[in-house]
Every structure is written in C-alpha cells, then in structure tokens.
Design a protein around this ligand. Structure first.
Ligand code: DNO
Length: 388
C-alpha cells in the first residue's frame, strides 16, 4: 500500500515538510476553503497539487469531495449540484488526481461522544458511549420517537447518567457530537454556530420521508450521473462506510454491513464505483467481521483507512491499537491483493503533548506517527514473507 496522510491544507499545523520526514509518500487532502457544492477550479487544484509535489510527495487521494445534502435527500437543487460535482471531478481528473473519497451519510459525518477518553497508559483516545449518545438524542435534541429507538439496557444507563448531568456536561456533549467532530469534515457545521442543536434539527427535517430505500435510490442516481466523468478521466470513487455503522437520530444509513456494500457495488457495477475500506468504521459494529469483509471486497477497494475498533458488551466502542491482530490481517489482505493502494491511519491516541496542540479530533501528530510506524512495520513483515 502507499503510505498516505490526511493533511488539512496550508493552515494545518502539521506541515508537508514534517510529513516527508516521517516517511509519508502521498497526501490525502481537499480544498477545505471551498464551500460544499461549489466547483473546485483547476487553478485552486493546481495550487495545492504543486505545494505537495514541491515537497517530494503526490496528491494521492481527495478526501472528501463532499456530496451536498440536497443530493442525498433529492432536493430541488440536486441536478445543479451534481453538475458542479462533475465539473470538479473533471478538473481533478485533468490534474491527475484520480482517487476521490466521499460519504453518503445524511447530516452527520462520523460521531463520537468523547474525544479525550483516558487510557491507563496516560494517552487518551476517542470513545463512543452509547448511553451518552442516547442522552443527546432524547434529552438535548428531544427528537420525537427517540426513546423508542434505544434498547432497554442503554435507556437504563442513560437514566443513571441523567441523574448526574450538568449543563457543562451537556455543553460538552454538544461540542463533541456536533462541533468538534463535524466542524472540520462536513460543511454543515462550524465552530461559530451559535445554536448548533437548532441547526441540527433543521437539517434532520430535510430528511423527513427519506428512508433507507429512498436514500439508496438517491445514491444510485448520483453514481449513475457521475460515472461517465469517472470513466473519461479514470477516477476511482470510494465511498466511506457509515461511522458508527448504524442508523442514528432516525436518519437512514446505507453503508453499515456486508449486505449494504454488496448492494452499492452491484447497483453500479463499474469498477470506478468503489470503496474506502475503513476498517475502523466497519469494526465499530459487532455484526461485522472486518477480516472477512476485507477479503471479500479488496478488489473494489481504492483507499484504505487503517484503524480498528473494539465493541464492548454494552455497545460502547473504543479505538484499538494499530497492532490489533485483526488489523494485521486486514493490512495483510490489502498488501497481498492491492499493492500500491493508498492507505492512511487515523483516530490514533493523543500522546506526548498532542492534547495541547489543538489538532482536529482524531488527527493527532505523535499518535498518528506511531500508528503509521506500526502499520508500516506490518506491511514490511508481510512483504518479507511474500518474497521468501
Ligand atoms: C473521520 C473520517 C471521516 C471521513 C469522511 C469521508 O475521521 O474518517 O470524516 O473522512 O466521512 O467523507
């Protein structure tokens, strides 16, 4: 696999020069300054591309070219936004940037309730507490129907939590679920939002009547529209699985399990319609066997996210070590079957001062550097075995 790194552009505190020193070969980035739905011009693409190349690396993957909400819920603006998307794709193709990661998650991108959950060794990590998430759904968002969605055990844990809830803790939940995790990956929210919960409700309203079937139809429509451009420029689209891989806040999610992936790849069978194999998102669902999924879908995978989660008996989940034996197997599969496919790590611990540096949640420097070293070691071991 190609060792890549998600870089958030010229304002990222982690510079291209630093990345070159730690063995990064390719960059994963986006035109973060262009609002969702607007065209990525050739000029802006070239600026970022030449910055990366001046540091001896290449722009391997776009993550993400965001799919506007109106495309996902089929709003009146959908066709105009798809046209813009096609122009952006063509401009990327002309510049030779040919792997594009995106997601089709309504409203919310990835979700965690805690961003600095302490580990026994003094580092900290992301954590998903099911009871806290249910608390946000029922008591903060006050979503009609929310209490019926959650299982009894989670509701009991949530009640205990509610007993000790304070306004500070509530504010922290809103910050973690909506602001800090969404702000830098999705155009829906920003750090300056005065009433993020109200904004959240308005976005949820857009999806009234959109169930899983409808969302699948909308996704197929989008893919069929863009495939001719992908063919012309040989662009591999790779959709990121839903994180966590379950329905949230009454919104449908369409990439949560084996059946969903099979549906997507069959719905548009062109190989340019592919997958970002995020082992972390898939393993956050106890229903998924991530090793089996990697073997099954390696041939349609164009981008790999190397990280892994452990689901606890109560349904909470946390990020595990990048040396977790399941991840070793996933890395082995891709190293054997998809040589050269871009791979990046993420959601590594905060360590050695990362917590003071103000990095985007899940994107520490030292933690990710260590994780990249670990995954690089697994790759080297697999290759040594291969050449025996
Ligand atoms: C979280 C990431 C996601 C992912 C996007 C892709 O850290 O894995 O934000 O990049 O969903 O569109």
């Amino acid at each position: 696999m190609e060792k890549t790194w998600r870089w958030f552009g010229p304002n990222d505190k982690i510079t291209l020069g630093m990345l070159r020193q730690i063995g990064v070969e390719g960059i994963v980035t986006a035109l973060h300054h262009v609002p969702n739905g607007e065209i990525w011009s050739s000029g802006e693409i070239e600026k970022i591309k030449s910055m990366i190349e001046a540091h001896g690396m290449r722009w391997s993957v776009v993550e993400s070219l965001p799919v506007s909400e109106a495309i996902k819920y089929a709003g009146s603006d959908r066709d105009r936004l798809i046209e813009n998307y096609k122009v952006s794709l063509a401009n990327l193709g002309k510049a030779g940037v040919k792997t594009v990661c995106y997601n089709f998650m309504p409203v919310l991108d990835w979700a965690r309730t805690e961003l600095e959950y302490p580990n026994p060794d003094g580092t900290s990590n992301l954590y998903f507490n099911r009871a806290e998430f249910a608390y946000f759904d029922i008591h903060i968002l006050k979503r009609p129907g929310a209490p019926d969605f959650w299982d009894q055990e989670t509701l009991e844990r949530m009640e205990q939590l509610a007993a000790g809830m304070t306004s500070e803790k509530e504010a922290r939940l809103v910050e973690n679920i909506v602001i800090k995790t969404q702000g830098f990956v999705s155009g829906n929210f920003s750090e300056d939002d005065l009433n993020p919960v109200e904004k959240f409700r308005e976005l949820l309203d857009l999806y009234k009547g959109v169930d899983k079937d409808r969302l699948r139809k909308n996704m197929k429509y989008f893919l069929e529209e863009i495939m001719p451009v992908c063919n012309e420029y040989d662009i591999n689209m790779c959709v990121h699985p839903d994180d966590p891989p379950m329905a949230v806040f009454g919104l449908p999610r369409i990439l949560t399990c084996d059946e969903d992936i099979a549906w997507l790849l069959n719905a548009v069978s062109d190989s340019h319609n592919g997958l970002t194999f995020c082992a972390g998102s898939l393993s956050a669902g106890a229903h998924n066997d991530v090793i089996e999924l990697a073997r099954k879908y390696a041939s349609r995978t164009h981008f790999v996210h190397a990280r892994i989660c452990t689901v606890l008996p109560n349904g909470d989940f946390r990020e595990s070590s990048h040396l977790d034996p399941r991840l070793v197997e996933v890395v082995r599969t891709f190293e054997m079957e998809r040589q050269g496919v871009p791979m990046r790590v993420d959601h590594a611990p905060l360590m050695l001062g990362d917590d003071k540096a103000g990095y985007n949640a899940g994107y520490s420097f030292h933690g990710r550097m260590l994780a990249l070293g670990m995954v690089g070691g697994i790759m080297a071991a697999v290759n040594a075995e291969k050449s025996k």
